[in-house]
Structure formats: C-alpha cells, structure tokens
Ligand binder design. Structure first.
Ligand SMILES: Nc1nc2c(c(=O)[nH]1)N[C@H]1C(S)=C(S)[C@@H](COP(=O)(O)OP(=O)(O)OC[C@H]3O[C@@H](n4cnc5c(=O)[nH]c(N)nc54)[C@H](O)[C@@H]3O)O[C@H]1N2
Ligand SMILES: Nc1nc2c(c(=O)[nH]1)N[C@H]1C(S)=C(S)[C@@H](COP(=O)(O)OP(=O)(O)OC[C@H]3O[C@@H](n4cnc5c(=O)[nH]c(N)nc54)[C@H](O)[C@@H]3O)O[C@H]1N2
Ligand SMILES: [Mo]
Length: 819
C-alpha cells in the first residue's frame, strides 16, 4: 500500500501492462478525518457520478454518515481506481447549505413551505395550463445526472401522460452529437466499443477529448499501456497542450472550428494510400462512393492550410490511422460543441468503416458521453428521443410504445422530432411555453449567452420549477424549488459510456425533508391523476426496482435490451454491459461483430439527418439508400464557422473543463481539496500572444464578446496562438454577497452565443471570437490555475498544485505493488 496526494498526482501510480494483458488492479481509497478501514461500519455499493466513466466504488458509512469511498477491484471499468473528483467530491453531500425543504415564491421572495403546498402549486399550474393552453405550454428540462428509473418515469409522464413534445435534457449540451453521430452511421445509438479496447489497441486517437482530465481513470488505463511493453501510438487533436497532447505520439492543434476539414484531409490521405478494407466496405456499408468523390476536394495540403497544422504532422497521423491493426478512437466536446459537430464526429466513424475496424478487440469507437447517466437520458427518451431507441418517425414503433404504456398511440406526440432545448428556450422566450420543470441542471450558468438566459428564466409569465440539491443560480430564479435527495441517498441504476450498467444503492438518509427525484416525479404524476386507457394509474410503480422492472419490459427486443439484468445480478460483482438478455445473459462487450447493425429501415432508431441543413431524412429515402440495414458512410462538406475573428474581436475563444471541477461546481466547489486546487476562474493565452501585449502571468484581463464580458487572471499556457480558453465552472453562487452577476462577469457563458449544430442541435461552446484587454497588473503572484493539467504554465516559476495532508489517499495493489 502507498499513500498518494491525488491533488498533486491526479492519475496516481503506474501499473504497466502489455497488449492483450489484463489491466492490473489498483484499489484507491479515501477516508476522511484519518479514519481507517476497520473503523467503517458499512460499505455500500455504487459507481462514480462526476463523469461518464462509471467506475465502480463502495461508499464508506459510519454512524449514518458518508465518511469515504473505495474503488471496486472487481469492476470491469476501473479495476479499483478512482478519479480525484470522486475521491473528494462526495463531501458536498454533507454541506450545511443543502436544500432541506421545498421553497415557494411569495411576494417576490423564496420562502420555506411543506411538500403538499409545493407539489399542489406545481401540479395545479400544470393542470391549469393544460386546460387553458394545452400540452405545448408545458416543458421539461432534465439532466444526465439522475438515475435510469427517474428518466423513464419522467419520459412516461411527459410523452405518455401530459403529451408534450417539449422534453429535453442537458444531454443536448453534452452528448447530443454522440447520439446523432451513432445514429447517422449505424442507424442507432449505443457505443460500438468497450473500454477494454484500450488493452488491445495499437493506435489510440483522441479527437477534441481531454480524457486525462475528464475521464481520468480511463486515461490511467492508457498511461499504463504507455508505460508497458509495445505501447500504442497516441494521436491527439486539440488546440491546447493538454496532458493528452503531452503524452501523444502526434499532436495536431488545429485552429478551432476546422475539425471537418482536418478529418477530410486525413481520410483523403488514407484513401490515397489505399489503406482501406474493400471487402468490409462492400459487404457492410453504403455510401462509400460519395465519400470518395467528396474527399477529392480535400487534399492534405488544403487541410494543413485551413487548420494551420504542419503537413508532416497530418501525414504522420494519417499513416498511423491508416496502418493501425487495432484502432481505438474517442471523440468528445472539441468536436461535439463546434459548428459541424455531427459532420466531424461521423468522419471518425468513417475511418473505422473504411478500415473495417469495428466489433473486434482493440477496434472500438467511443463517441463519448460526458455525464454519468447521459446514456440513460437518451435511452429512456427524456431528451428528445423515444424510449428504448424507438423511432418517432416510425408509426409501428410509436404503436409499440403505446402498447407498453397501455395508452392510445395518438397520446404520444410524434408529428415531428421532440423539441430540442435551444428551441424550447425560444418558446419560453416567446411565451408559448409557460411552465418549465428543470431537474438536475443549472442552465443559468451552463447555457450559452447567459444574459439572455437569465432574462428568459426570470419572466413573470413563466412558472419555473427547479428540482436541485442546492440553491443554484437557476433555483434562485424559480417559482418553486424542490429539494432532491442525491447519489448515496437514493437507489437506482445508471449506464456509462461503454454500456455498463451499475447499481447505486442508498447509503445514508437524505438531509431534512429532501426526497429522491423518483419519489417527486411519482408524486407529481399522482397529483395530475394521469391514467392509462383502462383508467389505471399511468405510472404503476413507486420504488426504483419496480421502475427498473417496467423499463426492462420497455426494452425487450430493442437494441438496449435490459431484460437479462436484475438488481440482484448487479449486486456484489461488476457492472454489466447491455444488451443483456436470454441470448447474452452476461451482457455484450462489443456491438457490430460480423458487420451486423441495427440499421434496418423497420428497426432503426432514426433515419438520420442532412448534416448541413439538419432536415430529417424521409423514411422512403432511407429505405432506398439502406434497404438491408448496413452501416452508412456519410461524407461531410466543410463550412467555415459563423463567427470568426475580425479586427474588433481578434481572438478565437474556446471553453471547457479542468480536472478538479465538475460543471457549475455545485459539488466540487463544496469539497475543500478540489476547490483549493482550482479556486477561481482564469484565462489561458499563449506565450507569444502574451509577449506581444507585454502581459505577464497573473495579470487581470477582461474578455469581451458582443454578448458580455468576463474578468479573469492570465495563465500563460501551451495553448495555440490566437486562441483563448476559459473554464466554464465559475458561476455566482459563491461570489461574495452584494456582487451583481452581470457586473462580476466570471461565467464563461456570458461570452458564448446562441447557435447549434444543425444535425444534433448541440450548442457551440467551442466557437466564437473575442477581444481581450488588461484591466490591472497584478503583482501578487501567478493566476490560481492548476499546474498539473492543460493549464500548466509555460514558466517554471509557478508553484505546483498540491493537496496537502487532507488530500492523502491510499493505493493497494494486486501483487505487492506497482511493477
Ligand atoms: N474534471 C471534469 N471531468 C468531467 C467533467 C467536468 O466538468 N470536469 N464533465 C463531464 C462531462 S458532462 C463532459 S461532456 C466531459 C467533457 O470532456 P472533454 O470533451 O474532454 O472536455 P472539454 O474541456 O469540454 O473539451 C475537450 C477539449 O476540446 C478542445 N477543443 C476546443 N475547441 C476545439 C476545436 O475546435 N477542435 C478540437 N479538436 N478540440 C477543441 C479543448 O481544448 C479541450 O481540451 O467531461 C466529463 N468529465
Ligand atoms: N461554456 C461552456 N458551457 C458548457 C459546456 C462547456 O464545455 N463550455 N459544457 C456543457 C456540458 S457538456 C454540460 S454536461 C453542461 C452541464 O451543465 P449543468 O447540468 O447545468 O451543470 P451541473 O453543475 O452539473 O448542474 C447539475 C445540477 O443538478 C444538481 N444535482 C446534482 N445531483 C442531483 C440530483 O441527484 N438530483 C437533482 N434534482 N439535482 C441534482 C446540482 O446541484 C446542479 O445544480 O454544461 C454545458 N455548458
Ligand atoms: Mo457534458
């Protein structure tokens, strides 16, 4: 056993291994207040909730309180390891400022109330609007952070009970493009690959994915391969010098907004060399000829110029991709939150399709998720899909769903695709949506163009319900605030990026009168008196396990088949990958083995969309294109971004994450070790840009776009010249009293604009142009940005980020220690 400061060393000790070997176990433990494992009363099984990895862990309980966490050695995902956010973030559950009682707005102020009063107000306003204005006046905006059972219940209430088409999740901001890209290429959502592909791959390509900071345990698996015999080559596509870039064999740092041309250039080169599997293409795909024609316009030289990347680096990346024997690709927000998000992400799928690299060990595609339970938001239909990957444009799928729910098919709106969030916000702005029920998300910090968002959410005519665990920036604008119990205080299941389903058991009681989200939704349905066609209650369950059993019925015969999973089966061991049914009782590691896809016209989840206009492909058109349900190769034409640099706004602005914080920091900002590691907002700029202005590390800068401004201290980092980066974690809940949000200007989304990818409708957080000026020379040292991450300073004089005594954790190894 060794002791490690996991703030100073976020990835912990190496356990090197070679290709095809099993990733060694390393069990990470953190117990608060110097407790030892012997002093813990109970360990309660769960999985991690601050990213999409789904690392198995046990929660330590003493005297009815959480006191720590320990990774689960038996879990297929993490083999015992934990991320710093998971080691320390649970402490937020015990914060003194948790919401413990419902709040209602009276005389302009939020005041405490009881559950009956609060829920009667919520259900009462819903009924009133349904009578006066119909179902389209009611909207739901949920998250990727609740449990499967909760989403399925919400989807039933919204789609089946109230009959509104206005239901989406913050997954729209997060993984809408992952889903869209999978639907475009394979006719259906669901990751083809498995995390275990890391054990086999000889080339790993990460596209716009800072995995080292955002899926740290999966990155540890790659680091362990890199430290072992016959390590894989790593390709990184990111304009910043992230820890991934630092470890990469080839780092391509394109100009933001040029991903499609980069991908087309790489594909052009792959085709030019004939690095393709013609038999695979012939047997298993449609659309290759169009791709070949399209790629004629994208010689490598053009990509090098538009992306401003050295052509030798592009050539080397293409060679690695083209000659890989086992290629693993991962894609995330650097692609998904750009204009042309879907077009870019689909080109990654195309590389695998033309090379026949799918459904075999090491040949995975991970169109990554971000949030821990985003996969379930999508599967359950709480986000602009129908449950269990049913196709809203296929009448027989809607009828089948109505059968499961025992309602008339006409009750389920399907005249058009479910409304996406950005459109819902427009409807709220216009006043056609008058009731918005927000659960588990904080749009007043996480949506683009915050000044507009605040205006929309504070309108008098809008009835805003916010179900959260803290009085977030959004909750402060609500008419009713519902206090939720969260992870560790309630039971449920959730599914990670590689389709692994975990059970998370209740470990402790929620604070005060807070209730699990499931109980609140069920209560809401009861008060609305929603009924099926026999007059029975529409929502027929009240416990998580009952909800799970109902969900299983809904998934029978669909791609995400859960029928072989039970709570009992999830207890004790590892998570299980869907599909899991009578044919695959232990789950399914990889999809699309032997070129079998879920893309048949009668079965597929979606017919796809035009990637330039976003128009849905018509069923007849799809049937003609893909009668036998093969994989679909879709070419993408490069279009320049809508907003780009000008004399007035000469910098490209991009935003994203740091290792130590999760989103709007409602949890990580309340965990002292994490908050200390990244206490305030900063802005990253390259050394040459800073030198040109004669600005120094730590200077206070003001960043402006036409939407607003942010002030932040300068970190001179390895970012691409001409690009600025802001972390988006810093909202206003912990700014000192008396500071006006708009004046304070520290949330990155004050700057971002209202625009989205046409196919996935995902907003563009990684584009835009900005101007920057210095407002003060600060000579009390460097900015507070972490030094261990992408924000590493170029100057060697900045003190290293470290955690200190209360950040010490332990690591326990298989056979006596790290090799
Ligand atoms: N520590 C931490 N981990 C998290 C989260 C968190 O908040 N904190 N959130 C979770 C969630 S919900 C998500 S969605 C994921 C997100 O995980 P990531 O996508 O890995 O995180 P981001 O920082 O948003 O963006 C990734 C990278 O995109 C790069 N980028 C910016 N513009 C471009 C571009 O035009 N082209 C390319 N190729 N790259 C570009 C940025 O420099 C950045 O390093 O992380 C999950 N894990
Ligand atoms: N500029 C910029 N903006 C971005 C991004 C970016 O990269 N750049 N990334 C986008 C992405 S990928 C994402 S995922 C979003 C995230 O944006 P949000 O979803 O708005 O961020 P969170 O802070 O995770 O908000 C979750 C809320 O749910 C609450 N909560 C936690 N657990 C529970 C629970 O069990 N029940 C209930 N009811 N509530 C709970 C938390 O207290 C918090 O208020 O941000 C997006 N916005
Ligand atoms: Mo996300």
């Amino acid at each position: 056993m060794v002791t490690v400061d996991r703030i100073a060393d976020p990835w912990g000790s190496r356990t090197p291994y070679g290709p095809g070997e099993c990733w060694p176990t390393r069990v990470d433990t953190f117990l608060a207040d110097g407790l030892t494992e012997d002093e813990v009363d109970r360990w309660v099984q769960s999985a991690t909730i601050l990213h999409s990895n789904g690392d198995g862990l046990d929660i330590a309980v003493k005297d009815g309180r959480m006191v720590g966490v320990r990774g689960r050695a038996v879990d297929r995902v993490n083999h015992g390891r934990l991320d710093p956010k998971d080691l320390f973030g649970w402490q937020a559950n015990h914060s003194a400022d948790r919401l413990t009682t419902p709040l209602i707005r009276r005389g302009g102020k939020l005041v405490e109330t009881d559950w009956d009063t609060a829920m009667d107000a919520v259900a009462g306003r819903t009924k009133q609007l349904l009578d006066e204005r119909g179902p389209s006046s009611v909207g739901f905006y949920t998250t990727g952070q609740l449990f499967l059972e909760e989403y399925y219940t919400l989807a039933l209430i919204g789609h089946g009970g109230i009959g509104t088409n206005h239901m989406d999740g913050n997954t729209r901001l997060c993984t809408a493009t992952a889903a869209a890209a999978l639907k475009q290429s394979f006719g259906c959502d669901g990751q083809p690959g498995s995390y275990a592909d890391i054990d086999h791959a000889d080339v790993i390509a990460l596209y716009g994915h800072n995995m080292a900071e955002t899926q740290t345990v999966t990155w540890t698996r790659i680091l362990d391969r890199l430290a072992g015999p016959n390590p894989p080559a790593v390709i990184c596509v990111d304009p910043r010098r992230t820890p991934v870039a630092r470890a990469a064999t080839v780092h391509l740092a394109p100009r933001p907004g040029t991903n499609v041309v980069l991908m087309n250039g790489l594909l052009h080169e792959i085709l030019r060399h004939g690095w393709i599997d013609e038999k695979y293409i012939e047997d298993n795909t449609v659309g290759f000829d169009e791709l070949r024609t399209q790629l004629g316009d994208y010689p490598l030289q053009k990509a090098a110029e538009i992306c401003d990347v050295p052509i030798e680096d592009l050539r080397e990346a293409a060679r690695l991709l083209g000659t890989a024997e086992r290629l693993l690709s991962t894609v995330l927000q650097g692609f998904y939150q750009s204009h042309q998000a879907t077009a870019a992400a689909v080109q990654v799928n195309n590389i695998h399709l033309v090379r026949g690299m799918l459904g075999k060990p090491g040949c995975g595609i991970l169109q990554m998720n971000g949030q821990p339970t985003a996969q379930n938001t999508r599967e359950c239909g709480a986000d602009g899909d129908l449950p269990a990957f049913r196709n809203w444009a296929n009448e027989s799928h809607v009828e089948d769903l109505a059968r499961v729910w025992n309602i008339d098919p006409m009750r389920i709106p399907h005249y058009t695709a479910p409304t996406h969030l950005m459109q819902m916000m427009r409807y709220v702005e216009d006043g056609s949506i008058r009731f918005l029920y927000v659960s588990g998300t904080n749009p007043a910090v996480s949506l683009p163009e915050l000044r507009r968002v605040r205006e929309i959410l504070s309108q008098d005519r809008l009835f805003l319900v916010v179900q959260d665990i803290f009085l977030s920036e959004t909750a402060q604008l609500a008419d009713v605030v519902l206090p939720a119990a969260t992870w560790g205080e309630k039971t449920g299941t959730f599914t990670n990026t590689d389709r692994t389903v975990h059970l998370s058991e209740k470990a402790v009681e929620p604070p005060g009168r807070a209730r699990p989200d499931l109980d609140i939704f069920v209560d809401y349905a009861r008060r609305l008196d929603l009924r099926d066609k026999d007059g029975e209650p529409l929502v027929k369950w009240s416990t998580p396990e009952e909800a799970f059993e109902a969900w299983k019925e809904c998934t029978a015969g669909r791609p995400c088949d859960y029928t072989g999973i039970t709570y009992e089966k999830l207890r004790g061991g590892s998570g299980i990958q869907w599909p899991c049914n009578a044919n695959a009782p232990d789950g399914t590691e990889r999809l699309y083995e032997n070129g079998k896809f879920w893309a048949a016209p009668d079965y597929c989840e979606n017919y796809g969309r035009d990637m330039v206009t976003g128009a849905p492909v018509e069923p007849t058109e799809y049937r003609a294109l893909n009668p036998f349900g093969k994989a679909i190769i879709k070419a993408g034409e490069y279009l320049p971004p809508h907003e780009t640099v000008s004399d007035e706004y000469p910098y490209l602005l991009t935003t994203g994450r740091t290792l130590y914080h999760f989103h709007t920091r409602t949890k990580t900002g309340r965990a002292p070790q994490l908050q200390r590691a990244a206490p305030e907002v900063w802005v990253e700029m390259s050394k040459s840009d800073a030198e040109q202005h004669e600005w120094s590390e730590g200077d206070l800068l003001r960043i402006d776009t036409p939407r607003g401004h942010v002030t932040a201290r300068l970190r001179i980092s390895g970012i691409r010249t001409g690009v600025l980066f802001l972390p988006f974690h810093y909202g206003y809940w912990d700014t000192p009293a008396g500071h006006e949000p708009a004046l304070e200007g520290r949330a990155a989304n004050e700057l971002t604009f209202t625009d989205w990818d046409p196919a996935s409708k995902q907003p563009l957080f990684k584009s835009g142009a900005a101007r920057v000026e210095r407002v003060a020379v600060v000579d009390d040292g460097p900015s507070a940005a972490p030094t261990t991450t992408a924000s590493a300073p170029v100057a060697g004089t900045v003190p290293a980020t470290s955690g200190g005594r209360d950040a010490e954790t332990t690591e326990t190894f298989d056979e006596g220690g790290p090799r």
